[in-house]
Design a protein around this ligand. Structure first.
Ligand code: SF4
Length: 747
């Protein structure tokens, strides 16, 4: 009889592993050649950003993807897709896909192919050896918001309940930790309240540290479809593409947003432009907040932000007069040293003006990665499965019962956050690290430190589609993983919509889905019995439903994967009672807004806190961690550079089309006055230096940045040689947006 491992490996030689009938030039570059005319079409949600667009995937006779187009009958993207979506299949055919496990040969120092059996034996032997020598919590993993919920839930359960690990985190710490904590503290649960229809229904939209025209182009299209001639206000130090298109750009000083938001709140109170009835009925903490705001009059806030006192008053009045005001924030807020309180200052404005729970309103965090919301609810890292709390005995008992595992397997202590895991590697507390579908050697703040820490690890294993990432190049062992399009599962997008992503292509060589790899590891580790019910992603989805029951994110009314697709995605919550009472009426799939495919939270003014009231939370602003000085006189801002690039570029750099749409080399935006003073010409080579390292770039002389400020795109690995490691104290999210640098011609 074959072992489970042999069965899975044998299954890989079935029909889905036949050589793909395709040529890289066939992808995304226009016409489908006659020999590849599709014979059928399926749908899959895009695997890049958290917009969660649906794509039609066109298949050949073998069920293999040959091209794609945007899905017109999906309430998210309404037939649109950004360049990354149109090129989503291309990275699968990249020549540097890792097709077998790779093990570093100690003699040659090179990664060399080995079989899965060897890889699994080395994985378990080496990590168990680390645990034996240094304790059970001396191993950790860093994962991702890019894999389906079923995979991240299985990983978190395997590591904490099966392998005896405790410390794990995900790259969602770098993008969404702040929104998670801000909502949890203010609303009692990590619950973004909105639906994308709100982009079209507001008459005032306020974007704080958010550039959707580049970072979330399909959401920006939804704003452009707004028929209310809305006022669009952008609070951002940089004149971004969104700021250029706005009706009002408020170019505040970097990291002065908390002051500005308090200044606006001060005016609302002073001029009695608040919804006192709403505050009294549905919130706590307003009296204390109003007292606190007395210290933030417009004159003081003007001195801190660089925004005139009259402009601050005008902003408050525009918000107060709005019929339906929506507030949107992204990384300009989340990636700051006081990001949680800044996000909550936005939430406070929405609560004070009663702009929540109605069409066109909300304090709305726009998520980054395709499944960051799934990670926040199910990764089993910061929160116990289903948005529960590891510290609560009742929650641990509930999860143990649902999963049919001993309660003692569920830890009661919290995991270390990403930066604390890095610190623990430095101190020798963590000696074994497993990195899954992320690239910290490129993306972690002050990345040079991550590279130095490699030598402190006894064992580094990387599980990825490519062995060419900066992190995989450092690994002792590389496990070849399938990518988006090569596996099934669900993502949860920014507006809480569960969407289905499908297997439409065979993974190359011996690469396996992350789900299959976790199952193999469970067997090799000796804890496979705990995860028998997690037999397939479809079976795991049924477990996710059970875990959600009774939680704010209840999805027990969703029948299965097919139901998700048939409905055009389903926003949580969708309970069994919802399905029983409204399911039949909600079956129609299509872009037309209906109460059941465009739902928002808190229409009844009831929040998820024990008393049902939202909390107004606040703290005094704190100084910037690394201010400028005579040696480093510029503040560096980083962010998304183009809609054709995604994060560290491990996938988007594989596409000729996307590379043509994006800058080819690292650039730095500098104001003309600074460029003149320093003798820097447009397009000239320059060197940007911080106390941590230097980056070569070419200068883009432009007034998009203010004097004394620079901007560099995050997609080039040199940028995080410069960034300063500071963290929000509540969310522990890194602050990528402001560090002190200097720039010169390098002469
Ligand atoms: Fe839509 Fe985001 Fe995919 Fe672009 S990357 S197609 S905006 S989900």
């Amino acid at each position: 009889m074959k072992t489970f491992v042999e069965n899975v490996l044998h299954a890989r030689t079935g029909p889905m592993t036949t050589e793909l009938v395709r040529h890289p030039a066939d992808f995304g570059l226009g016409q489908v050649p006659t020999r590849l005319k599709p014979v059928s079409t399926t749908r899959s949600v895009c695997g890049f950003c958290a917009t969660g667009c649906s794509l039609h995937i066109h298949l050949d006779a073998n069920g293999q993807a040959i091209n794609l187009s945007a899905d017109g009958a999906y309430p998210v993207n309404l037939g649109m897709a950004c360049p990354k979506g149109w090129e989503a299949l291309t990275p699968l055919a990249a020549s540097d896909r890792v097709t077998t496990p790779l093990l570093r040969n100690p003699q040659t120092g090179k990664l060399e192919p080995v079989g899965w059996s060897t890889a699994l034996r080395v994985f378990t032997d080496r990590l168990k050896d680390v645990q034996q020598k240094h304790g059970p919590h001396s191993i950790a993993y860093l994962s991702t918001g890019q894999v389906p919920v079923e995979e991240m839930a299985l990983l978190g359960a395997l590591f904490k309940f099966g392998m005896g690990g405790l410390h794990c985190d995900s790259n969602t710490r770098q993008c969404m930790a702040t929104a998670h904590v801000a909502y949890k503290q203010a609303f009692g649960f990590d619950a973004p309240p909105y639906t994308y229809q709100d982009f079209e229904e507001s008459d005032v939209l306020v974007f704080v540290g958010s550039n959707p025209a580049i970072a979330h182009p399909i959401m920006w299209q939804r704003v452009m479809m707004n028929k209310n001639s809305p006022q669009i206000i952008v609070l951002d130090p940089r004149r971004t593409e969104t700021a250029m298109a706005a009706t009002r750009h408020v170019a505040l000083r970097p990291k002065s947003d908390l002051f500005l938001l308090y200044g606006i709140a001060h005016v609302l109170v002073e001029e009695n432009r608040i919804r006192r009835d709403y505050l009294d009925a549905h919130t706590t903490g307003f009296a204390e907040f109003a007292t606190f705001l007395a210290d933030y009059p417009p004159d003081r806030v003007a001195a801190e932000t660089g925004i005139a006192a009259d402009d601050i008053r005008q902003l408050a009045r525009i918000i107060a007069r709005g019929r339906a005001v929506s507030f949107w924030w992204t990384m300009g807020v989340n990636q700051g040293h006081e990001s949680t309180r800044t996000a909550q200052a936005i939430i406070n404005l929405a609560l004070m003006t009663g702009n929540i729970g109605r069409p066109g309103t909300g304090a709305n965090s726009i998520t980054g990665q395709c499944n960051a919301m799934g990670s926040r609810l199910y990764a089993n890292a910061t929160s116990l499965l289903g948005g529960r709390d590891f510290a609560k005995p009742a929650h641990r008992a509930e999860v143990a019962r649902i999963l049919d595992i001993p309660e003692a397997h569920i830890p009661s202590q919290p995991s270390k956050a990403y930066d604390q895991i890095i610190d623990a590697i430095e101190t020798g507390e963590i000696k074994g690290l497993w990195v899954i579908a992320t690239n910290p050697a490129h993306s972690w703040i002050n990345q040079g430190r991550f590279a130095q820490l490699r030598e402190k690890l006894d064992f580094l294993v990387v599980q990825d589609m490519y062995a060419t990432t900066e992190t995989a190049q450092m690994a002792d062992l590389v496990l070849p993983a399938a990518g988006w399009g090569e596996k099934d599962g669900v993502f949860i997008n920014s507006e809480r919509r569960v969407g289905l992503t499908r297997k439409v292509s065979a993974a190359p060589g011996q690469a396996l889905s992350d789900f299959a790899i976790f199952k193999l590891i469970a067997e090799a580790w000796g804890c496979g019995d705990l995860f028998r019910r997690w037999s397939t992603p479809a079976a795991a989805f049924q477990i996710l439903k059970d875990l959600s029951k009774g939680q704010p994110c209840d999805i027990s009314g969703i029948r299965d994967h097919d139901h998700v697709e048939k409905r055009g995605g389903i926003q949580w919550p969708w309970t069994e009672a919802d399905e029983a009472s409204r399911g039949a009426a909600a079956e129609t799939r299509g872009p037309t807004p209906s109460p059941d495919n465009q739902r928002r939270l808190f229409a009844d003014g009831k929040f998820f806190t024990p008393d049902g009231r939202a909390r107004l939370l606040f703290d005094a602003p704190r100084p910037m961690p690394e201010p400028t000085d005579a040696s480093y006189p510029f503040l560096l801002n980083t962010g998304r550079g183009s809609s054709a690039q995604w994060h560290t570029g491990s996938r988007t750099n594989k596409s000729d089309v996307l590379r043509k749409l994006a800058p080819t080399a690292l650039y730095v935006e500098i104001h003309p006055a600074d460029a003149d003073r320093l003798g820097i010409a447009n397009n000239a080579p320059v060197v940007v230096r911080s106390r941590r390292g230097a980056a070569d770039a070419f200068a883009v002389v432009t007034a998009t940045v203010q004097p004394g400020q620079l901007f560099m795109p995050m997609h080039f690995d040199a940028v995080n040689r410069l960034t300063f490691p500071s963290f929000d104290p509540h969310s522990r999210q890194p602050s990528y947006k402001a560090c002190a640098v200097t720039v010169d011609t390098g002469a």
